[in-house]
Design a protein. Structure first.
Length: 332
């Protein structure tokens, strides 16, 4: 994966997030939902890393664990040289330091209808972070909120209105403005276009690209839509059942996917024209439970190329082309 330390803004090493559950109501044996189960990657400054996979594969949990919104079970997260969480060294950033760091690390949420407080005006929603992280007067805070709203395609007159008065696309613009109001450097985008109409999705994506260039932002873009990720992101990490199965440049992965799961995902992308020929890969078998993960490769229950070693041993990362990693026994 990335080795250029000078340009890396985020490093994630062996990140895990397990949720404990009880096997029986009064039993003592605990089991765990392994939502994120040992993933490692890095993100270069001013780039976009797309994280793609089926619903329930752990994408959103990963994003929240990176931002320390939920406490990781294991692993290490380093942002701009500062350790946010490190289990091996028993280090964890203090609450006061994390609060300061929130000014650089923000999140855009998936649902624009649920993420905005219906009881607060748009001005109050957008200016909340500015009040906490910036030492400005009331007039300066109001002007800053108006500026970021206009930058996100909203008129400053909307500041006196409330979320229910806006469409889904407008609410998402307001949500983006709220996240960017304090001039962050790193933003986790948790499926920001999933709840929007297709015609609105392209507007929001173009807006995010414009803001990235104007503000020098770095994104982690979480999505289940490969068609969006391949054209929006610089690099792609494909997740399956809590693991990254393939990682590398977006163009290379889309044009020449190596992992069988990545191949199946890309085959499901709709054709650009009726004349385009594309063979659909239909996966059989069932997705294993995140509580009872099978031995070996966790994709073995659905893989068309499964062999005995796939059921016995978990695949290690294989470097291809020096800039791509695939976790599959086919390339050993």
């Amino acid at each position: 994966m990335n080795t250029d330390k000078e340009k890396i803004i985020l490093e994630v090493e062996n990140l895990k997030k397990y949720y404990p559950i009880r096997k029986k109501a009064f039993g003592k044996t605990e089991e765990y939902v392994k939502s994120v189960d040992g993933i490692s990657f890095s993100v270069k400054e001013n780039t976009i890393l797309g994280v793609v996979g089926e619903s329930g594969c752990g994408k959103s949990t990963m994003g929240k664990a990176i931002l320390n919104l939920i406490e990781p079970t294991d692993g290490r997260v380093i942002y701009n040289g500062k350790i946010i969480y490190s289990n091996d060294k028993k280090e964890c950033i203090s609450k006061s330091e994390m609060t300061k760091l929130r000014g650089e690390m923000q999140m855009i949420f998936q649902d624009p209808y649920a993420s905005l407080d219906p009881r607060k005006s748009i001005e109050s929603i957008v200016s909340e972070g500015i009040k906490k992280h910036r030492n400005l007067t009331k007039d300066e805070i109001r002007e800053k909120a108006a500026e970021i709203l206009e930058l996100c395609g909203m008129d400053r007159a909307c500041m006196v209105r409330y979320p229910h008065e806006f469409s889904g696309g407008q609410r998402q613009r307001i949500g983006i403005a709220r996240s960017l109001a304090i001039n962050p450097k790193f933003v986790v985008c948790d499926e920001p276009t999933a709840a929007l109409d297709v015609s609105i999705q392209s507007q929001i994506l173009n807006l995010m690209l414009d803001l990235k260039e104007k503000m020098g932002l770095t994104y982690i873009f979480i999505s289940h839509n490969f068609n969006v990720v391949k054209s929006f992101c610089d690099e792609i990490a494909v997740m399956y059942l809590g693991k990254i199965v393939e990682y590398g440049p977006a163009e290379k992965i889309y044009k020449n996917p190596k992992h069988p799961y990545t191949q199946a995902l890309i085959s499901s992308v709709p054709r650009n024209s009726p004349d385009e020929k594309k063979e659909r890969i239909r996966l059989t078998g069932s997705i294993p439970s995140a509580v009872e993960i099978p031995a070996g490769c966790r994709f073995s229950t659905r893989c068309p190329y499964v062999s005995d070693i796939c059921r016995q041993k978990e695949p290690e990362g294989m470097n291809l082309d020096n800039d791509r990693t695939v976790y599959c026994h086919l390339y050993k």
